[in-house]
Design a protein around this ligand. Structure first.
Ligand code: FES
Length: 106
């Protein structure tokens, strides 16, 4: 499913949390002129990375501080906690993100 957001909803300091299904949130991040998207649910204990600090290409979970690469979803503390990343396409002042939603999340 395609999701479209206004680019001015996102800044380097404030990523955007977007619910794409009842139980599925994504985080959209800016770094310079580039935009990235990863799942916004920490597999360690359910923190939302969009509510933690962002340093460069790393988003930090606010609960225990695990760090996630915003371009790949890789968790630097343990591969078992990697999250899904999604390609972001810029169209003018909009960002387009494609996320597959499975029935269990709807
Ligand atoms: S819940 Fe995210 S690091 Fe523990």
């Amino acid at each position: 499913m395609e999701f479209i957001v206004d680019i001015d909803q996102i800044s380097e300091d404030e990523p955007l949390r977007l619910m794409v299904a009842k139980r599925h949130g994504i985080g959209i991040y800016q770094n310079g002129d580039d935009y990235y998207c990863i799942d916004d649910w920490c597999p360690h204990a359910g923190g939302y990375m969009t509510q933690g600090p962002v340093e460069g290409m790393l988003a930090m979970c606010p609960i225990h501080g695990f760090q996630f690469e915003i371009d790949t979803g890789k968790c630097l503390q343990a591969a078992a906690f990697n999250v899904t990343s999604y390609p972001v396409t810029r169209r003018g002042d909009k960002l387009v993100i494609n996320v597959e939603i499975d029935e269990a999340e709807a």
